[in-house]
Design a protein around this ligand. Structure first.
Ligand SMILES: Cc1cc2nc3c(=O)[nH]c(=O)nc-3n(C[C@H](O)[C@H](O)[C@H](O)COP(=O)(O)OP(=O)(O)OC[C@H]3O[C@@H](n4cnc5c(N)ncnc54)[C@H](O)[C@@H]3O)c2cc1C
Length: 407
């Protein structure tokens, strides 16, 4: 059996402390030509304008639904090229190879969203398995990402979480199909030395996702970390849940896979809790989320032999903290259980500087047809709009590099 261990870079001496300067835009954008950098600068300057992004996103959604070809072309040449690897795995290859030249790994993420039928869910499963086959043949891609809501109806997951017992037989059968799909993906990964990351989603379906992730980890994580669950530290119960998940893994004899994120559905979570009259699962403040996140990083590194972890974040301080703890403990910077990951097209200052300093740095590379990944692009555009008139973080970094190059 192939091991993901083979896919990491050659061992480097853990000391001396590496230079890690996230403001180094020369390293961050070394892979972009002047022309590419200017194009990115133009795009981020547009996204910086909140008054433009919101109406354009709504219009774009409508145009995508109507399948207007010129909209697809415009989106493809702008937002898509910045944030998406390609329409197919083959189209992603040049970007993946370019990242790998800088020792950056790719986590492949088929980005089709909002699917509803069994046919679509089987298509997503087959697409994930195709990505695993691709990953098997390419050392640059050790991990494939999957989303349970891409393999199952959202309402199905919601109804099972609400009412676990006495489910009607058609629901039980539908749920069994979901387990089979996920198992086929994890089994293919296990057989081929690849790993699978299961994304975290809304809290009202997350119990089922956690349950499925635990079942798969118990089945496949005996010798190496094949399956990772995701822990959202913006939830006040998740640090304890991480500890519980670790204890369960220890008791039942498997390795824990833990991708750590802050969480992407904060407004939605707060709104639903208020509307339905239950206490919000979200932390009291950003600081509380940050503290929980950084404690979770430490917990995973403290137990790094039994936990394969990934700091999936654009927060520079958290990346710095993870790097400092690794150094403090004298662990190899490229130990396969210690990973960093950012989204393709964002936070290159973190990914490229981490990789240059010898850490396991990766990009989540989303791929899919333009209309399929459009909701993902809208989220990226909204994330990069200016907060109260300031320049967005990304735009500031690109401008700095353009000034440095004198372009
Ligand atoms: C590679 C990768 C994979 C990801 N996978 C997932 C996933 O599977 N599931 C998922 O949900 N998200 C996922 N995300 C998104 C992630 O959860 C965050 O939304 C995003 O990365 C921004 O957080 P940050 O850690 O980068 O840092 P920052 O930009 O410092 O933090 C912003 C985050 O802090 C939290 N926050 C902000 N204000 C408050 C407040 N007032 N109170 C409490 N908390 C607050 C929110 O989570 C917000 O998104 C992923 C991100 C990356 C980079």
């Amino acid at each position: 059996m192939k091991s993901t261990k083979n896919k990491t870079k050659k061992d480097k001496n853990p000391s001396p402390k590496p230079q890690l300067d996230f403001s180094n835009t020369e390293i961050a954008f070394s892979y972009k030509s002047d022309r590419e950098l200017k194009k990115a600068g133009w795009l981020f300057s547009l996204m910086n304008k909140t008054w433009l992004v919101n109406p354009l996103s709504d219009l774009g959604m409508l145009a995508m639904k109507m399948r207007l070809p010129f909209t697809q072309k415009i989106v493809k040449e702008t937002m898509f090229d910045q944030f998406v690897g390609g329409r197919t795995l083959l189209e992603c290859t040049p970007s993946i190879e370019k990242l790998y030249e800088y020792e950056i790994l790719t986590f492949l993420d088929y980005g089709a969203e909002g699917k509803e039928s069994e046919k679509d869910f089987n298509k997503t499963m087959n697409e994930n398995i195709r990505a695993i086959e691709y990953a098997t043949a390419n050392t640059s891609t050790p991990i494939v990402v999957t989303k349970i809501s891409g393999l199952a109806r959202f309402e199905l997951l919601e109804s099972i979480q609400e009412k676990r017992d006495d489910l009607p037989s058609d629901i039980v059968q539908e749920y069994k199909n979901v387990i089979k799909r996920l198992d086929s993906i994890c089994n293919a990964a296990s057989e081929n030395g690849v790993a699978v990351m299961i994304d975290a989603e809304e809290s009202w379906i997350q119990d089922i996702i956690d349950h499925l992730a635990d079942v798969m980890m118990k089945r496949y994580n005996k010798e190496r970390v094949v399956v990772y669950n995701t822990f959202q530290m913006y939830r006040h119960d998740r640090l304890q849940f991480l500890v519980n998940s670790f204890n369960k893994a220890q008791e039942e004899g498997y390795l824990l896979g833990a991708k750590l994120v802050r969480g992407a559905y904060m407004e939605k979570e707060n709104r639903r809790a208020e509307e339905m009259g239950y206490p919000t699962p979200i932390q009291k403040s950003k600081q509380a989320t940050d503290d929980a996140y950084n404690m979770a990083l430490r917990f995973c590194i403290d137990n790094y032999e039994q936990i394969g972890s990934c700091a999936a974040t654009h927060n520079a301080e958290s990346c710095k903290i993870q790097a400092d703890i690794i150094h403090e403990k004298g662990i190899d910077r490229n130990h396969p259980h210690l990973n960093f990951c950012q989204l393709y097209g964002m936070s290159d200052n973190l990914t490229f500087n981490l990789a240059a300093a010898g850490y396991n740095a990766a990009k989540y590379v989303v791929y899919g047809q333009v209309n399929e990944v459009f909701p993902y692009l809208v989220r990226r555009a909204k994330e990069n709009t200016a907060v109260s008139g300031d320049m967005s973080r990304e735009y500031g970094l690109i401008k700095k590099e353009m000034e440095r190059r004198g372009i």
